[in-house]
Design a protein around this ligand. Sequence first.
Ligand code: AMP
Length: 281
Amino acid sequence: MKIAKTIQEMREAVRDARRGGESLGLVPTMGALHEGHLSLVRAAKARCDAVAVSIFVNPLQFGPHEDLANYPRDFAGDCHRLEGEGVDFLFAPSVEEMYPETSVTYVELEGLSKRLCGGSRPGHFRGVATVVAKLFHIVEADLAFFGQKDAAQVAILRRMVKDLNFPVEIVVCPIVREPDGLAMSSRNAYLNPQERKSALQLHRSLNEVERRFQQGERDPASLIEAGKNVLAQEPGVRLDYFSIVDPDTLVPVTGLTRNALVAVAAFVGSTRLIDNAVLTP
Ligand code: AMP
């Protein structure tokens, strides 16, 4: 696996690899890799001749009082895992490399940036869209792989690709869960044993919404209330939002005649977790 720490090294490495017209897949990550990330790598390996992974803890997508400094980092372990998956290129730039002091350009998606996590994490999606736009320009991949775990991020990046005509196809991979149902996340490493138990309530609340939906409940407000009630049963969990939205616009739905995204965000102790499910009529 070729490890590139600068933009120039990365551009040269992937250009060389693509001389023969090979297809290239990109998997952007913030590292501390788990099976969720590796599922994206495997999907990329299955569809592309060569695979590039990026590891960059992007300061632009963290708020001033968030966990940027403490975010889990395990570069040696990540390299080992990626080698094991047969990844061809790893792009692991420094913050100074990605954001020189002179940098003043950002990608903002009007309206969309402020929905779901964008409401409680101002500037988060602007940071995501900006770094992914830069990665798309640096790596010039044909396909880019993202997890349904971050469903709002998927909506934002799909829209960015459409609006700004990026020549890349976005591929979305299913949520990978622990055996008990907790969605895998690098932030699960913050949870103590009691919090780890409480964290399962997010998945339980989504299950309850899906169960009622399957039984015929079609009122979004009733479903949201049912989901919130399940969360409230666990005192260790503090709700951030529980919403049912259009998967593309992230606007709350008033009816359930088309696919809808049920999205939950909650604090377990000081750890903020997210999860979601899709309701298909
Ligand atoms: P992150 O390192 O958290 O920025 O995540 C990098 C990519 O991995 C994003 O596209 C995430 O949606 C995806 N991802 C994270 N956790 C999971 C999971 N449990 N299942 C599937 N994809 C995931």
